[in-house]
Design a protein around this ligand. Structure first.
Ligand code: CA
Length: 100
């Protein structure tokens, strides 16, 4: 499990990620392609960031971003997820690298 490599694209290395960059980054975790991020997909996204307690933070993120309570982050809720990530995960580009 250690040094597991991710094929996911990292966000830019400089400055803060914009909401567009964040959206593009998040979209790659939409495993079933339904345009929404489920809790499991969210968890995978957090794991790719080496976030500690990804499952717990995914739950928190979903609780915060899922405005219509349908169990997934979709549409405008992506902006809420972005805000959550900036507040709680300090989403700077430097934190979103995959270590390569
Ligand atoms: Ca939703």
């Amino acid at each position: 499990m250690a040094f597991m490599r991710y094929d996911y694209r990292a966000l830019p290395r400089q400055g803060e990620a914009t909401v567009e960059e964040f959206r593009a980054w998040a979209a790659q975790f939409d495993a079933d392609g339904d345009g929404r991020l489920s809790k499991e997909e969210l968890q995978e996204a957090l794991r790719s960031l080496d976030v500690w307690f990804a499952w717990w933070k995914a739950r928190e993120a979903l609780r915060d971003a899922d405005a219509n309570r349908n169990g997934a982050v979709d549409g405008d809720e992506m902006g809420r997820l972005y805000a959550f990530a900036r507040r709680n995960l300090h989403v700077k580009a430097a934190d979103l690298q995959d270590g390569s």
